[in-house]
Design a protein around this ligand. Structure first.
Ligand code: ZN
Length: 227
């Protein structure tokens, strides 16, 4: 049986790597200094480097089902996502955190459907998006709104991390909520002031930057989540 993966590894080493070897040698010698933490859904159609025009060493990436952020308090046990957030903020000192959800998200759709009984971890994980669910019939529009509401929910949960909140309030860290429409190639960025998502083509900034849900008399603590 042909081993396609082995072929790909050899092709990478022999053909692709020579073209980027200098970059990697530099990144090994000087270490990694990414300025952006990218929290994205695991969906195979999201390609963070393609989307942001970045390359090796530029993005610290967390991928999980739904692009969810667990609470800081550690109440849910092991959390690779929470650990990576702490590392990115405290050790790498990133200046930006992007939460990137997307259209046609299976994780969001699963909030409206039955999860296989043996998927006990997935079932628990999906609860991190539960608050975004709308009490309406499932339509494409409802799913889109849920995807966007889930992004805002994760931004709010990020603000529950003391090291995130402190840096955001000090103006050293910006949070960005992105809803990536796969079929359009367009990211709609969350504007915390208007509480809405704006297509990048019309947006005045790349996200909430900085995320200040409690500023300007917005005391609701909802971050202006879209309805
Ligand atoms: Zn997804």
């Amino acid at each position: 049986m042909p081993d396609d993966l082995l072929d790909r590894l050899r092709r990478f080493h022999d053909h692709t790597f020579p073209g980027v070897q200098d970059t990697f040698e530099h990144l090994v010698k000087d270490g990694q200094h990414p300025t952006i933490l990218f929290i994205g859904c695991s969906d195979s159609r999201i390609v963070p480097y393609l989307l942001t025009g970045t390359g090796p060493g530029e993005l610290f990436i967390i991928r999980n089902v739904g692009a969810f952020v667990p609470p800081y308090d550690g109440s849910a046990g092991y959390h690779g996502t929470a650990a990576a957030i702490e590392f990115a903020v405290l050790t790498l000192e990133v200046a930006h955190i992007i939460v990137c959800g997307h259209s046609h998200c299976g994780g969001i759709r699963a909030l409206y459907e039955e999860v296989p009984p043996e998927a006990i971890n997935l079932r628990a994980w999906l609860e991190l998006g539960r608050e975004a669910v709308l009490p309406v019939q499932v339509t494409e529009e409802a799913l889109c709104r849920t995807e966007q509401r889930a992004i805002v929910l994760q931004l709010e949960r990020l603000m529950g991390y003391p090291m995130v909140r402190g840096r955001v309030e000090a103006g050293r860290l910006a949070l960005h909520g992105w809803h990536y429409v796969l079929e359009d190639g367009e990211v709609h960025v969350f504007d915390v002031k208007s509480g809405s998502f704006v297509a990048a083509a019309q947006a005045l900034h790349s996200g909430t930057g900085p995320y200040q849900p409690f500023a300007d008399g917005d005391s609701g603590g909802s971050g202006g989540a879209p309805a």
